[in-house]
Design a protein around this ligand. Structure first.
Ligand code: RB5
Length: 150
């Protein structure tokens, strides 16, 4: 099974703990990049680890969690090749895989309940990318990244 990288800040720590348990239950190998407790930390320090691990293919995909999900969204989406999707519903979790080939799932630990978050993770992990016209659009993003236009 492919390794999933995960990190949070203090605002996402409790949810991260639950999601790690879920991933283990589902049989995934997990690379927990911290933090190890709920003491206050800065989300950029933890978002960057997962983004770099996804880019370098040290992990298959990543999950990052902060209080709202916004800070982590801003951080991971600054990296070329990262398609981070902030999800708080199942429809978005499905479509960000089918249409956007999202490779990092972002959630807000202070925004959604743990039950919904676990369902989002299951949908996000099990939904394949559709390719086709959606691949063409991602190729345009990749092209712009190479030109350093974004
Ligand atoms: C931490 O207090 C909070 O600002 C952080 O978890 C996140 O919500 C930032 O976007």
């Amino acid at each position: 099974m492919n390794v999933i990288g995960i990190s949070s800040d203090h605002g996402g720590f409790d949810l991260k703990t639950d999601i790690v348990l879920l991933l283990n239950e589902l049989g995934h190998e997990v690379n927990d990049m911290g933090p190890e407790n709920s003491k206050s930390v800065d989300y950029p320090d933890y978002g960057v680890s997962v983004a770099q691990a996804v880019i370098s293919k040290n992990v298959f995909r990543g999950i990052v969690i902060c209080g709202t999900g916004i800070g982590m969204s801003i951080v991971v989406n600054r990296f070329s090749g990262i398609r981070g999707a902030l999800c708080s519903d199942l429809y978005t979790a499905k479509l960000c895989r089918e249409h956007n080939d999202s490779n990092i799932l972002i959630m807000g630990g202070r925004v959604i309940g743990h039950g919904l978050a676990k369902e989002i993770v299951k949908v996000w992990l099990s939904t394949p990318f559709e390719g086709g016209r959606h691949q063409k659009r991602i190729d345009k993003i990749t092209h712009l990244e190479k030109l350093k236009k974004i």
